[in-house]
Design a protein around this ligand. Structure first.
Ligand SMILES: Nc1ncnc2c1ncn2[C@@H]1O[C@H](COP(=O)(O)OP(=O)(O)OP(=O)(O)O)[C@@H](O)[C@H]1O
Ligand code: SF4
Ligand SMILES: [Mg+2]
Length: 341
């Protein structure tokens, strides 16, 4: 499961556990997730609502809110040490409020999410917020930061960028706000962009424009994108690789073609079963599958998917938990059908 050309993945998540400690019980939102993010590619993360996609993204950026925290695992961000040797830093081990993490957040890794209103303050202009972000990460004057902010708004296709800089987020349409958020996220040239349902709240035409923009920016900047979405059509259109999550774990990872045409895990197959063909997947929302997702306080023993699995093997699947292991050079799956217990 290495990325193309054998280059080391830019980010490797291993056995990540992020739990929320509540009076009523512990929500194991992410519970042993492992996956690799290939360099300069788009990785899609899919799975039913509540499977831990957003908490995974927030864990990488170290912005998990209380009462949640990372209780295990590692998030290795690889950096080119400049001497041909890759260095790296384990984000899970950093102080979320410390200098290094604040530089990485926004500097190395940008975030855009579904509701841009929450990422802009209502009392500051869009321009001032982008300028502030630039100055947080780069040692430049206000004038230079303003010029850069104008350039960024222009780059993301916002007309009359100088004027827009002095407006407030609520004065912009949904599509323009989403573009402005992308401009802010990209203003410091992050190597990784995490996009959590970036187009869900937008109409179909604006969705297509924003996705085009992301693709264009990726080509231009050589960015790596982690795209979290419910929309399998968007995955088919945008992604090189796919991670499938179930109950806080990764059950399958592989190239988009393999996931769509040769899925291995029974859960991945169930997700795709109701979709007649790849052509028909365009704009298809994630289908619902048989059985209900267990309550987050009561995870099943053994393989978390066993109560819903058509291939359930009594005495095996309910006893121990399968780990994510390669089935070939590109694809990994966590299921006893492929790796006997
Ligand atoms: N602040 C929180 N406090 C308690 N539980 C939380 C909190 N945030 C998330 N969770 C729980 O963690 C689990 C994973 O949530 P997460 O938001 O990552 O799901 P998701 O895969 O992004 O779902 P969706 O597709 O609906 O966005 C859910 O059971 C959710 O209820
Ligand atoms: S390990 Fe067993 S229950 Fe889990 S997905 Fe595979 S066959 Fe189904
Ligand atoms: Mg989410």
């Amino acid at each position: 499961m290495t990325s193309e050309g054998g280059a080391a993945p830019i980010l490797s998540v291993r056995d990540l556990k992020t739990h929320f400690f509540q009076d009523e019980g512990t929500v194991r939102a992410v519970d042993g997730a492992s996956f690799d993010v290939p360099r300069r590619k788009t990785l899609g993360i899919v799975g039913e609502s509540g499977c831990g996609k957003s908490v995974t993204a927030r864990s990488i950026l170290r912005i998990v809110e209380r009462p949640g925290r990372i209780v295990g695992g590692s998030i290795l961000l690889r950096r080119d040490a400049g001497n041909g040797q890759a260095g790296g830093v384990d984000l899970a081990g950093l102080d979320p409020a410390g200098y290094e993490m604040r530089q990485i957040r926004g500097g190395d890794i940008g975030l855009i999410f579904q509701e841009p209103m929450t990422s802009f303050s209502p009392v500051h202009t869009v321009g001032n917020q982008i300028i502030e972000t630039i100055q947080l990460h780069q040692n430049v004057s206000v004038e230079a930061a303003r010029l850069k902010a104008t350039e960024m708004l222009h780059l993301v296709g916002i007309p009359k960028p100088e004027r827009r800089l002095d407006e407030y987020a609520f004065q912009l349409s949904g599509g323009l706000r989403q573009r402005a958020m992308i401009a802010m996220a990209l203003s410091c040239g992050p190597r990784i962009l995490i996009a959590d349902e970036p187009t869900t709240a937008l109409d179909v035409t604006t969705q297509a424009q924003i996705l085009d923009l992301l693709r264009h920016l990726q080509d231009r900047e050589g960015m790596t994108i982690i795209l979290i979405t419910h929309n399998l059509g968007v995955v088919a259109e945008m992604c090189d690789e796919v991670v499938v999550m179930y109950l806080g774990r990764v059950v399958e990872q592989g190239p988009v073609d393999a996931i769509f045409h040769a899925p291995k895990h029974p859960y991945t197959k169930a997700l795709l079963r109701s979709i007649p063909s790849i052509q028909a997947t365009v704009r298809t929302e994630l289908p619902t599958i048989a059985g209900s997702i267990p309550h987050p306080y009561n995870r099943p023993s053994g393989c978390p998917f066993h109560p819903r699995c058509p291939d359930f093997m009594p005495g095996t699947c309910d006893r121990s938990e399968p780990s994510l292991r390669p089935v070939d050079d590109n694809q990994g799956v966590s299921c006893f059908l492929y790796h006997p217990a």
